[in-house]
Design a protein around this ligand. Structure first.
Ligand SMILES: C[S@@+](CC[C@H](N)C(=O)[O-])C[C@H]1O[C@@H](n2cnc3c(N)ncnc32)[C@H](O)[C@@H]1O
Ligand SMILES: [Zn+2]
Length: 311
């Protein structure tokens, strides 16, 4: 156990963002959404006890999780979560949690399935995020993690035509816009291995993110064709997006927790001192038995960004 500094690594700010409207709704991205769903359906168990999506945003993909008994939507942005609450908040099995993946407030071994989509490309400190993710898994869990691939056909073409100054073949991540990174599959594979996350399957997808194709062919047609070779293409990814199914090699015991929404304390750890299992002091308040910090639920969102009590 030790104090963690929450402010060390910069985090992209989605507070108040219109991501849903500006990026997804009516923006001609039906193909991107559909191909991600098709890959997730192939890689993740569609039912189980507890699933969490890290960086879930407004809950775009949450309808895929309804085979689970408990569904945790976790994000740094409270406003994105508030949007998710407005859609899913009436269902008891949904838990909404605001926090930082670098200090993930989940007790170790608590998750059966973890999903992280379109988040890695915002992470300046991949090893810390992966270490936290690994800690939340048990021996039978699966984590489906997506990352943006710098070695994609468009980037290779642009580089060959000298329209891009970074090499898609260089292993180190490229930050093409502040807090937006593309990663090399070989570099990512090394980070997963270092975090003791064993890659079980790897898919390459979203090859057809091209306006001229999307205008001429339906998303169904493109995805119907592409989903047949997700795994084959994953042997040597040249697509903008890569999905990996990972398992922890630590063999940690599964921690069940209470599963009861009225006492969720056993699901959490203190993001400051990493103590597993907090104490439930009220329906909407859990407290760390070691450092005395308290975390509150407001408007259905558990807030692990700002503790409210000191001993
Ligand atoms: C591009 S959005 C993707 C949302 C959702 N996964 C989807 O695919 O629709 C990225 C999300 O990651 C969240 N995020 C970024 N950095 C984070 C961090 N350090 N901890 C938790 N969430 C983070 C952002 O707040 C944002 O909601
Ligand atoms: Zn604590």
């Amino acid at each position: 156990m030790g104090e963690q500094n929450q402010a060390d690594t910069p985090v992209i700010d989605y507070e108040g963002s219109d991501y849903r409207q500006a990026f997804w709704e009516g923006q001609g991205r039906e193909y991107e959404d559909m191909v991600e769903r098709a890959a997730l359906r192939q890689l993740m168990p569609m039912s189980g006890d507890r699933i969490a999506e890290i960086g879930a945003g407004f809950g775009r993909l949450a309808d895929l999780y309804t085979g689970y008994k408990q569904i945790i939507l976790f994000d740094y942005s409270r406003t994105m979560l508030a949007d998710a609450v407005s859609r899913w908040g009436s269902e008891d099995r949904f838990i909404f949690v605001a926090g930082n993946v670098y200090t993930l407030p989940f007790a170790s071994g608590i998750l059966d399935t973890l999903v992280m989509m379109r988040v890695m490309h915002h992470l300046a400190d991949v090893p810390t995020a992966l270490a936290q993710i690994e800690r939340s898994l048990h021996g039978q869990s699966v984590a489906i993690i997506e990352y943006a691939n710098k070695r994609n056909l468009k980037a290779i073409g642009r580089w060959l035509l000298q329209r891009q100054n970074w090499s898609p073949f260089a292993l180190e991540p490229v930050e093409f816009v502040k807090l937006n990174f593309d990663f090399h599959p070989v570099w990512m594979a090394a980070r997963f291995a270092e975090a003791r996350l064993r890659t079980e399957r790897r898919f390459a997808l979203s090859h057809f993110r091209l306006p001229f194709l999307k205008q001429r062919m339906s998303a169904e047609t493109l995805v119907g064709f592409e989903q047949k070779f997700f795994a084959l293409a994953g042997n040597f990814p040249l697509s903008p997006s890569v999905f990996t199914a990972l398992r922890s090699s630590q063999g940690r015991e599964k921690r069940v927790g209470s599963g009861d929404l009225k006492s969720v304390a056993a699901l959490f750890c203190c993001p400051y001192c990493t103590t597993d299992e907090l104490e439930q002091r009220a329906d909407d308040l859990v407290v760390c038995p070691d450092c005395g910090r308290g975390y509150q639920r407001r408007n259905q969102i558990w807030d692990f960004k700002e503790p409210i009590l000191r001993k």
